[in-house]
Design a protein around this ligand. Structure first.
Ligand code: GDP
Ligand code: MG
Length: 830
């Protein structure tokens, strides 16, 4: 009997708790564990919840929940064992009976038509049910009973189905059997020679969060074809033990039921509840629907909340009609509709199709990793593409080649629109220059805002091109393959293939990339992926590279750029290995990497994805970059006067007078010559004066304050200030450089900026920037403090400041150290 039938004051022993995993877990946490005594305190026919006493305290349970707890009472036990105990049932005997009763396991057979369910059923029970093609419509179930290892099995041969949606009577029947009869174990019979189609049903069982054992039937066929499957690994990934069987010959049946006992007793190491990852948008909706389910008491009992959410998004007819039948579900229903609408408008595809696609992607990934088809059978087309792209040897070179193309295009294609935007910015500057009266406000607009923001906005095309490539790779399904190819390699650095996508996303922006690590189930791996993500050179660093590379390595631009990214990856790999070794020891759990089917994305959707990412960049431009530019400009603009200002004025007057004197007595030709000389000398004084003023400005003071720390790296105070300002956002490094180097001439063009940087000298006349210094600066920019937004993201995702602070210290000291090495060692050779 079940717990809800227990009368007031009556006592019983818990035999088992049925239902889905999350539910069982919750009841167990409340103390409803098998073998425990439970007493009904208040249970009137219409009373809900019912109050029970268990482990010496009172607890109330809803009637609908109590139904899932199987118990045995003294009365029941005495009926069972009348002969043995002569009616005297002590507590010990009651416990024994409970244990005995527990040794009955109900198993439901679920599988595709013709996968061999009835054959296995017949072997197990010794009966002779008709095997052969099961033809559809009559829905019936055969029950059989047999014993093995002291356990009694009640097995149910259910009709064959390809799926468990509510579309056919069989499907609905099987589903209702699972939910209403709550078998202890579902036996998923799988036709091994048709693995992918059969596993589709398995993914639905996984969603249900129930105990499943899989019979890998037709194993003889599989062998005969010369195929190979690592079912052990497959089982580990899916959290379901797989047992190979030959139903027609009875092979493997004994072992199958031994495994069922192990799973029933929670002793099988493979058993684990996993989540199939349905992709960002669907997962978000699942979370949000699950959240709304919390308030609805009765819904989550029969089915796990995640399953309900998935079914809702699949527009499951049965579920929706249940929800429509009651007023209390009104809000939930409208929430579901809204989520479906959101997904469909965002992904341009029906939500149920997206879910099915994700399932197939999941299966393809699992199969790809564990199943090797005999070479003579390999013919199908996407597989052809996949065998090349994910080839053991060619896969990685192909991938690197794509990456190289991406960076080349980013640089070369991007230079055209970059020039147009640059001219636009310059035009705007000139227009303002002539329209506004001289003064501080004009300086603020032209040097501060246009110089700062304009210096960064020119890189928008490069960033959009990079995003275009990333979006395109995501949309075609190549990104998932890339993760797949990289899996082995990622294992070598202590990570998973799954960490790969967040890392690639890091090339766009580390903030969403760090958020994308949520798909990594294992916490250690997640944190590890988060920690090395900042070394994936984000697009904000791109402007810095482009500027510096354009100025100092114009002949090898693409290669240097590629090396920067590669260098970041290298640092990430080394860091990862170190972290793995010293910070995160422990074993990994394998899981499935999805391989979605290839798709040719529409230009529209790829462009939209690209724009979606680019938009964030523009927002940053209007916000933090603008503000930082103004602050930097302000700090560089004040104070206006220096101690030596008067001396310079005097010198200017002196020079003017000197040349004016000379020119008085000069001939025409000589006059022009003298005039030129005069101008040269004057402008050099002006530059000197401005330089001194700048060094004396607030920003100059800050820069000089940190300069001693940066001198060993070959950096001057301007670079120091630029790097300092980059803490807010890396693009600001460029806008700061623009503002700092723009100071002594009008106009804001990049060629001039580069010219100024190349010609910048220390007081003793040596050049500030050498290629070596430029390289050190690039490396420093790549590695040091990621921006504040990233630090905030790390804090959020890891849940503590610890890792955020760790990142700040680790990255900055590493950057300093590497730049030091480059400079000190490089100096020996150059
Ligand atoms: P059901 O529809 O799932 O109940 O499948 P059946 O048990 O009726 O089996 C369908 C057909 O597959 C029958 O002809 C069986 O003899 C055959 N069969 C079942 N198991 C195996 C197996 O492991 N290997 C092979 N080669 N044939 C099998
Ligand atoms: Mg059958």
């Amino acid at each position: 009997m079940n717990l809800s039938e227990l009368q007031n004051g009556q006592e019983g022993v818990i035999v088992k708790v049925k239902g889905h995993g999350a539910f069982r877990m919750r009841l167990m946490e409340m103390g409803f564990v098998r073998g425990k005594f439970v007493k009904a305190i208040k249970n009137a026919p219409l009373r809900d919840p019912i109050e029970y006493q268990i482990l010496d305290y009172n607890i109330s349970l809803r009637r609908s929940e109590a139904k899932y707890i199987e118990i045995i009472t003294k009365e029941e036990a005495s009926k069972l064992d009348m002969d043995n105990y002569h009616g005297v049932i002590t507590n010990d005997i009651l416990k024994l009976s409970a244990n005995k009763k527990r040794k009955t396991i109900n198993v439901a057979f679920v599988g595709n038509p013709n996968c061999g369910k009835t054959s296995i059923f017949n072997w197990a029970t010794g009966s002779f049910e008709h095997v052969g093609n099961y033809s559809g419509v009559t829905v019936d179930v055969k029950k059989g009973t047999f014993e093995q290892n002291g356990y009694t099995f009640n097995i149910y041969d259910l009709p064959g189905t390809y799926s468990l949606s509510a579309y056919s009577p069989e499907e609905l029947y099987v589903r209702e059997h699972i939910f209403n009869e709550t078998p202890d174990i579902v036996l998923n019979v799988i036709d091994a020679s048709n693995l992918e189609r059969n596993l589709f049903l398995t993914t639905q069982l996984i969603d249900m969060d129930i105990k499943v054992v899989a019979a890998l039937n037709m194993f003889d066929d599989l062998k005969r074809h010369g195929d190979y499957i690592d079912y052990d690994q497959l089982g580990t990934m899916l959290g379901i033990p797989f047992v190979p069987t030959v139903g027609s010959k009875g092979h493997g049946i004994k072992r199958l039921f031994d495994t069922i006992i192990e799973v029933y007793e929670d002793k099988n190491p493979k058993l684990r509840h996993i989540h199939i990852n349905y992709g960002e948008e669907i997962e978000r909706s699942i979370d949000s629907i699950e959240e709304s389910l919390k308030g609805l008491n009765d819904l989550g009992i029969k089915m796990s909340p995640r399953y309900i959410a998935i079914k809702a998004l699949e527009k499951d007819k049965k579920l929706l009609s249940t929800l429509e039948s009651k007023e209390i579900y009104k809000d939930l229903l409208s929430k579901i509709r809204k989520e479906i609408e959101r997904i469909e408008s965002k992904c341009n595809e029906k939500s149920e199709v997206l879910i099915a696609d994700a399932k197939y992607g999941f299966i393809a990934g699992a199969v790809k990793e564990t199943f090797k088809e005999s070479p003579k059978n390999r013919r199908r087309k996407t597989e052809m593409v996949d065998t090349i792209i994910t080839h053991r040897l060619f896969g990685i070179p192909i991938f690197l080649f794509f990456m190289w193309i991406m960076f080349q295009a980013t640089f070369s294609l991007g230079s055209y629109p970059m020039n147009w935007i640059e001219s636009g910015v310059q035009l705007l500057g000139n227009a303002l220059n002539s329209a506004m009266p001289d003064g501080m406000l004009k300086d603020l607009f032209i040097d501060g805002i246009i110089g700062g923001v304009g210096g960064v906005i020119v890189f928008l095309p490069n960033i959009l091109i990079l995003f275009f490539f990333i979006s395109f790779m995501e949309d075609t399904g190549y990104m998932a393959r890339a993760a797949f190819i990289m899996d082995k390699l990622m294992h070598k650095i202590g990570l998973h293939g799954k960490s790969f996508i967040p890392l690639i996303m890091g090339f766009g922006c580390n903030v969403p990339a760090i958020m994308a690590t949520r798909t990594i189930e294992d916490r250690n791996n997640r944190i590890l992926t988060i920690l090395i993500n900042p070394f994936m050179s984000c697009s904000a660093r791109l402007p810095v590279y482009i500027l510096i590379i354009g100025a100092f390595f114009p002949e090898h631009a693409g290669t240097v750029l590629f090396s920067m990214y590669a260098g970041g990856i290298l640092v990430a790999i080394i860091s990862s290995r170190l972290f793995k070794k010293y910070l995160f020891k422990g074993k990994d759990t394998p899981f499935v990497m999805e391989l979605p089917t290839y798709r040719i994305p529409t230009m529209r959707s790829t462009l939209r994805h690209m724009w979606h990412k680019g938009e964030q960049y523009l927002k940053k431009m209007g916000g933090i970059i603008m503000i930082a530019s103004i602050i930097i400009w302000f700090l560089g603009y004040f104070p206006r006067e220096t101690d030596n200002a008067e001396k310079y004025e005097q010198k200017i007057v002196q020079i003017s007078q000197h040349y004016d004197q000379l020119m008085k007595n000069a001939s025409g030709n000589e006059k022009a010559e003298l005039q030129k000389k005069k101008e040269e000398q004057l402008s050099s004084i002006v530059v000197k004066k401005e330089k001194e003023r700048q060094q004396n400005s607030y920003i100059g003071r800050i820069g000089r304050w940190i300069e001693p720390a940066l001198r060993p790296l070959g950096f001057d105070w301007k670079m120091g200030v630029s790097l300092l300002s980059g803490i807010a956002a890396k693009e600001i490094v460029v806008s700061t450089i623009s503002v700092l180097y723009q100071a002594n001439d009008s106009g804001n063009n990049k060629a001039q900026l580069i010219e100024n940087m190349r010609n910048d000298t220390y007081a003793d006349g040596t050049k500030v920037f050498t290629p070596l210094v430029a390289l050190g600066f690039l490396v420093f920019t790549l590695i040091y403090f990621p921006c504040v937004a990233v630090i905030a993201a790390i804090k959020n995702e890891t849940g503590s400041w610890k890792w955020a602070l760790f990142t700040v210290v680790y990255t900055t000291s590493l950057a300093w150290f590497l730049a030091l090495l480059i400079h000190q060692i490089g100096k020996l050779f150059i």
